[in-house]
Ligand binder design. Structure first.
Ligand SMILES: [Zn+2]
Length: 359
């Protein structure tokens, strides 16, 4: 299961926002040869930012938008008014979430192209589309029940595979592989692929040193924290460790880098934003340890971690993110996990790190 949705607003400290958002169907220039396009989303985030990069004989698109008739109509406007008769020559998909890969097959067929993406994102898109490999609602229900969620809480939640197919009515049947560290030449500039983990398997961000621009995708967003969840297909995973490790790889970029995120406004202040995200997760981990002085399930911890409870689809992401924090502490030997009489997992604080193993 995978999704683009993000839950927590983490207020950024002193970020600089140099640009104003474009109107639907039009673009805002952001740097030499880079144009910003916004597409609406039919859920809480409201929009996704897409990027058009002027290439030698056409355009490179970064991300595709969620497949609604409105987004298709806006693309038609963009083809007519913005692309100035030059074809789309390449499509890059940062990751498999539906607002990013959504119309990739449609755009690809139109221009005779296969998208560029990392292999795990391509494969997970197919698993999510074909409801296999741990991506079904039944898999989620079983997994979250194990983590203490009452079955009744699932009432009214549409299945994630339906959600996925709404946004991605067709998955591309072939792709070109993006590899971590490789440079792609676009319009005379080298763009380096920086793979990030923890939000999706191998999310591709793109960095151009010559232009001092990072297309961060969902890995770093200016206002909301990126969703970092454990999903049923890998129940023992520690995606928070992967995510925090991926932020380290972005922290070394120049402080003046203009960051182009998938949601929100382009900004400068990457290192300050990364520090804010780290502080946010550190605070969540501390809170989890505090609550787990008594044995707790993820479902019991959730409202205390988020300061509220969730219903509907957001509940799935909040559960995934709660388990991510619990698994992280368990793998760091700060919590231990046991099953209670009903078979639910409960997590309990280990009084002092390492004590469990002392003689
Ligand atoms: Zn995403």
């Amino acid at each position: 299961m995978s999704s683009p949705e993000k839950l927590a607003v983490v207020h950024p400290a002193q970020l600089e926002y140099p640009l104003e958002a474009p109107q639907p169907g039009s673009v805002t220039p952001v740097a030499h040869g880079i144009y910003w396009l916004r597409m609406p989303l039919p859920f809480a985030l409201e929009h996704i930012n897409l990027w058009l990069l002027a290439d030698h004989s056409g355009w490179t698109l970064v991300d595709c938008g969620y497949a609604t008739s409105r987004v298709r109509a806006l693309w038609e406007q963009v083809f007519e008014r913005v692309l100035a008769g030059r074809p789309v020559a390449r499509i890059i998909v940062t990751h498999c979430h539906p607002d990013h890969i959504g119309l990739a097959a449609w755009l690809g067929e139109r221009f005779g192209l296969q998208p560029w993406m990392t292999e795990p994102e391509y494969l997970l898109a197919h698993a999510a589309y074909h409801r296999t490999g741990g991506t079904s609602l039944g898999d989620l229900q079983a997994f979250y029940s194990r983590h203490g969620l009452e079955p009744a809480r699932f009432d009214g939640i549409s299945s994630p595979e339906d959600h996925y197919r709404r946004g991605v009515p067709q998955v591309p049947q072939a792709f070109n592989r993006l590899r971590d560290g490789e440079a792609i030449e676009i319009g005379g500039n080298a763009w380096r692929v920086i793979v990030g983990r923890g939000h999706s398997p191998e999310h591709a961000s793109l960095y151009c040193e010559d232009l001092n621009v990072l297309i961060s995708g969902d890995m770093v967003l200016p206002r909301v924290s990126t969703n970092v969840s454990v999903w049923p297909m890998e129940p023992e995973a520690d995606p928070l460790k992967q995510y925090l490790g991926s932020l380290e790889r972005l922290r070394v970029l120049p402080p003046t880098t203009l960051v182009l995120p998938s949601h929100g406004l382009p900004f400068r202040g990457l290192q300050r934003r990364i520090a804010g995200l780290e502080a946010h997760h550190a605070d969540r981990l501390e809170r989890a340890l505090e609550v787990c002085r008594e044995p707790r399930t993820a479902a019991e911890l959730l409202p205390r971690l988020f300061g509220r409870d969730y219903k509907d689809y957001q509940l799935l992401f909040a559960m995934g993110e709660t388990i991510a924090h619990l698994n992280h502490l368990m793998h760091a030997a700060r919590l231990e996990r046991s099953a209670d009489g009903s078979g639910s997992y409960r997590f309990t604080r280990i009084p002092s790190p390492g004590r469990r193993h002392s003689p």
